[in-house]
Design a protein around this ligand. Structure first.
Ligand code: ADP
Ligand code: GLC
Length: 494
């Protein structure tokens, strides 16, 4: 199949979170299955020309609400992959350092930026003279593609039978804008209705994907169920409930070329499941780098956006208690300024136990995965989560909340799982500082029982979350999307 994969961030070109990891690795796994995938993303000012210069494929313009948006299309290869990445550049909209914001403030013209980008995505097949079977959009930034296809192109031959899949990576981010901005989208006025993009008087760009794509999925099975409830649905549970027969859950995979302690160039010493000596060396190096005493105490790592989604408020609430325990905690993250402040001031109070790095630092994120003994992810909700899977491969035992993809990927250290040798981490239920502390204490107790601990580390390191299986699941959804585009699904065909 020919697949046009649209995303607002793609690793290694631009990244703020897990979407970039997925968009930078799923297409390669699909290519391994024999599909032809082209990835399309905006050319931000911060996009480096990695290993090879970008080649121009010419320019074109899209017109929205009487305004012309001239784009240039650029191409290069995804590193170590047969997949082609296409960049759409428009200096006025994307020639800036940030992807969505600067200094913690969203760009005020984000609606216009991602609407114009989404509309431009639909011109790519024409410019490239390439006819995709499937269009795959991700999150609110590329969701308008589906509204434009319906409103502007549904009678156009190349688009009439285009299969359409939309992936929700995080329902907490919906691309909400004041209703007064709707006209800028250049969509028919009746698209500003509850059955389309209107959401309590606002424009909700995510809804364009939820309503107008043929098939939907989220990035874990548990999250695909959770979002149909008011607790996780962020007001969209009704829309999702109505589309439940088209809504699937596929767990993300891990790019084990990027995330593998056996050949990770950022580590002082590589290691693997058969030889864990290197992990000790990485641990000491991390303690040194983070100005913590080199000690045999459990070292807990966190790499995260500092937001309530990630349960960072629970960590901050539990911090004084945590610091009473004989452990060390390394946090790498950025996000809400108040959380950044609280963490920095706690670091001044506990310099021997807590190290906080505010910022985005990919090499350090690898060194934390390798050097820590435990990895903490107390997320309030987590559509999939990647760091717990990276931790498993790095022999870093995850402590997670039982939600979304965390619940689907970590096997709790209950006595029966420990006995069977299947336990890979610690899973707790309530979103409370108390539950977090209780679980950390339990983990510390097990940390001292070296036989059980190594067994658990090894079980985690042997777990396989490579993309191959999930890519096959995406393949099934693409087929379904194409069938739907061809006409009503016949009984027994899905
Ligand atoms: P989300 O996309 O919700 O932030 P995920 O667990 O899916 O969460 O993915 C987060 C990705 O971003 C991981 O690759 C993680 O290592 C990376 N990451 C998050 N914060 C930082 C940071 N401050 N520095 C470096 N990498 C980070
Ligand atoms: C989102 C989610 C995260 C998921 C990532 C990639 O950012 O918050 O859980 O792993 O997308 O799908």
């Amino acid at each position: 199949m020919k697949i046009l994969y649209a995303a607002s961030e793609v690793s290694p070109f631009a990244k703020t979170g897990g979407l970039a990891d997925v968009a930078g690795s799923l297409p390669t796994a699909l290519a391994r299955l024999g599909h032809e995938v082209k990835v399309v993303m905006p050319r931000y000012g911060s996009v480096d020309e990695i290993r090879q210069p970008l080649k121009s494929c010419g320019g074109f313009s899209v017109r929205l609400a009487g305004k012309d948006y001239p784009f240039t299309l650029w191409t290069c290869q995804l590193p170590d992959s047969p997949v082609e990445v296409l960049f759409l550049s428009h200096d006025g909209l994307f020639g800036r350092p940030g992807l969505y914001q600067e200094k913690g403030k969203d760009y005020p013209d984000n609606l216009e930026r991602f609407a114009a980008f989404s509309r431009a995505v639909l011109e790519v097949p024409k410019i490239m003279n390439w006819r995709p079977d499937v269009l795959h959009g991700n999150d609110w930034q590329t969701a308008p593609v589906f509204a434009y296809r319906r409103a502007h192109l549904s009678d156009d031959p190349p688009y009439r039978r285009l299969g359409m899949l939309f992936t929700i990576h995080n329902l907490g981010y919906q691309g909400l804008f004041p209703g007064s901005e709707f006209p800028k989208l250049g969509l028919p006025p009746d698209y500003f209705a509850p059955a389309a993009l209107e959401f309590y008087g606002k424009v909700n760009l995510l809804k364009a994907g939820l309503v107008f794509s043929g098939v939907l999925n989220t990035v874990s099975e548990t999250y695909s169920r959770e979002i149909r409830s008011p607790e996780f649905g962020y007001g969209l549970e009704g829309v999702l409930q109505a589309r439940r027969s088209d809504l699937f859950g596929i767990i993300n995979g891990v790019d084990y070329q990027q995330w593998n302690p056996a050949h990770d160039p950022t580590l002082v010493q590589p290691y693997d499941v058969r030889n864990l000596k290197g992990k000790r060396v990485c641990r000491e190096a991390l303690q040194k780098e983070c100005h913590l005493p080199i000690k045999e105490v459990p070292l807990i790592g966190m790499i995260t956006r500092l937001t309530a989604q990630k349960g960072m408020d629970l960590v901050i609430e539990a911090l004084d208690e945590l610091m009473r325990l004989d452990l060390q905690l390394v946090v790498l993250g950025s996000g809400e300024p108040e959380m950044e402040q609280k963490l920095k001031s706690a670091m001044r109070r506990y310099p021997e136990k807590l190290s906080v790095r505010i910022g985005f630092d990919e090499p350090l994120s690898h060194r934390i995965e390798a050097g820590a003994d435990l990895f903490l992810m107390p997320s309030r909700y987590e559509p999939c989560g990647l760091n717990q899977m990276y931790s498993l491969r790095y022999g870093t035992v995850p402590i997670v909340r039982k939600t979304g993809g965390l619940a689907d990927t970590v096997i709790d250290a209950t006595s029966s799982h420990l006995e069977a040798g299947t336990a890979t981490g610690f899973v707790f239920g309530p979103a409370s500082a108390h539950a977090l502390l209780t679980t950390v204490r339990l983990a510390m107790k097990l940390f001292r029982e070296k036989n059980s601990w190594y067994r658990m580390m090894r079980a985690g390191m042997a777990a396989d979350f490579s993309w191959d299986r999930s890519a096959k699941e995406y393949e099934k959804l693409y087929r379904l999307a194409v069938e739907k585009a061809a006409g009503p699904v016949k009984p027994g065909k899905t």
